[in-house]
Design a binder for this molecule. Sequence first.
Ligand SMILES: [Zn+2]
Length: 276
Amino acid sequence: MDISGIPVLNYHAIDENMAGNQESRNVSVSLQTFKDHMEWLYKEGYKSINEADLRSLVLKRKPIPGKHVLITFDDGYYSLYKYALEILSEYGFTATLFLSTAYMGKLYGLDDFYFVSDDRQLTWDEIRALSANGWAIQSHGNNHVKMNHLDKAALIKELTESKSAIEQNTGKQVDSFSFPYGLYNKMVLDQLAAAGYELAYSVHPGLLFPSSEKFRIPRIEINNMDNMDTFITKVKTGYISPSNALRSKFRDIVYANPSIKDIIEKVTPMFGFGNH
Ligand SMILES: [Zn+2]
């Protein structure tokens, strides 16, 4: 029996020539890099697990058999439809998209949002095409706002309206969430279940185990800073380095109680552990 954890990879956009601005370059990977990553996973024998299957195993605290990876994208850039769909199909992989629903078909261009070259937001037609090809479309909220800054009413609106917009447009149920910027507090965690979510994905690094906390599933960010060596280390261990692993595991222990996390972040923002 394979009792090792599974890597949940977090991508954003694919930028063919990496011609976007600095922020976009930080969260994008080049087309060639993305192809290299998928080819490596395939050659190493990884299979992409369906998000619903993974969710069911986590909720039942069951071991995850075999050599699996969950490939996720945040936000909802057109480059996923343009590039990722075909590349993943070549290897028999599917992905999960955590979609921000307020910008459908538009360029983002917002100050606090990653402006990825001319990579606009997907349209609902493109979302339905991804869904028809086996991609899971889950929620990343409406407006891509910092959830820990919202009052309760605004928070509930972000959680419920994005969920119902995706459900209406895909005809499929939405059960999982990922936090914009990886930010959350205790109230966000408390409201997830009330809004009907079963799982939420963080950007805390590490591998996913059946014992992982259901509203703070670890995810490994993959971006333009990664080379093939760091990518392989992240997939195999969940962390970029042993020191990052140590720091992250210590953070997870301290933050196990979300109220303590909130207090630490409030009183010592300069010395907080961050989310990554
Ligand atoms: Zn995002």
